[in-house]
Design a protein around this ligand. Structure first.
Ligand code: 7PM
Length: 272
């Protein structure tokens, strides 16, 4: 099994969605084929990590069963492993999917629930792979109804600090912990912008910071544009996040983001 070492360089994580929102059941094979083609393109475009998810977590979405999630993700991970050693992250909250994915060659567990469900802390510790602990207020079904905080930065930081401690207590190695403020997960536009501006605070927790803002509602709200017209907005916030200290950028448009972040990388390297 290949082991991922969390790098100090900026990394681009390409999002591979296998949820056949627009496919009927008969289209399942078709959607795996499409996801595999997308993965190959992202690898060619310079992705550092692929994030594979089989459960939609967009606002208002409903949970899917384990069989469906396994059927969408495991064959895809196996197929990618036939052609590439690229680190693969599995975006799941089910321990059965975590185990099967790592068994199939996945190297990172991405948990929008910060490993709070089932015995996922213990399972992740046992699997001994890096984990991404994300903040969310509420659950995907209801999180955007009325997000509310007294102190957005303090509360998200406090939550992530507590989950880091829980992960360490469960036996997850410190060097295997990644944190994520969870843009769009129970946050208003203002909350998201404050979190973006406050990214340097998150760095102080001592773990690599993953950021996912690509094509999200916060961009749509500012530009008044649908998801398929948010590329320039997405690139802009990716650059801002990188300048403010993000380590891993979770994005849909890999080729474009790789170029944009190469410019940030060059600036980081130069002495001035
Ligand atoms: C609406 C909201 C539509 C969210 C789609 C999404 C993140 C994630 C997702 C994130 C981590 C999407 C998402 N977002 N995992 N999974 N961080 N760690 O853009 O921000 O695909 S789902």
């Amino acid at each position: 099994m290949s082991q991922l070492t969390i790098s100090s360089q900026l990394q681009v994580m390409g999002v591979i969605n296998t949820t056949p929102d627009s496919f009927s059941d008969g289209g399942k094979f078709d959607s795996i084929e499409k996801a595999f083609a997308g993965a190959r393109q992202m690898i060619a475009a310079g992705a550092d990590i692929l994030d594979i998810g089989g459960e939609s977590t967009r606002p208002g979405s409903l949970p899917v069963g384990p069989q469906q999630e396994l059927a969408r993700t495991i064959p895809l991970i196996q197929a990618i492993r036939q052609v590439s050693d690229i680190p693969i992250s599995i975006d799941t909250n089910k321990v059965v999917v975590m185990r099967a994915a790592v068994d199939a060659g996945a190297n990172i567990i991405n948990s929008i629930w910060a490993l709070q469900l089932e015995d996922s802390l213990q399972v992740a510790a046992e699997l001994s792979v890096p984990v991404c602990l994300m903040h969310m207020q509420g659950s995907p079904e209801t999180m955007q109804h009325k997000p509310s905080y007294d102190d957005i930065v303090g509360e998200v930081l406090g939550f992530l600090r507590a989950r880091i401690d829980a992960a360490l207590d469960a036996g997850i190695a410190e060097h295997n912990i990644i944190i994520d403020p969870g843009f769009g997960f129970g946050k208003t536009l203002e909350h998201n912008l404050i979190l973006l501006k406050s990214l340097p605070e998150f760095r102080k927790l001592g773990a690599p910071v993953l950021v996912g803002m690509s094509r999200k509602g916060m961009i749509g709200a500012i530009l008044d544009k649908p998801a398929d017209q948010r590329l320039y907005g997405s690139l802009s916030v990716a650059v801002m996040a990188a300048m403010l200290g993000a380590d891993i950028l979770r994005v849909h448009d890999v080729a474009e983001t790789v170029d944009a972040l190469a410019m940030v990388g060059a600036l980081r390297e130069v002495e001035a």
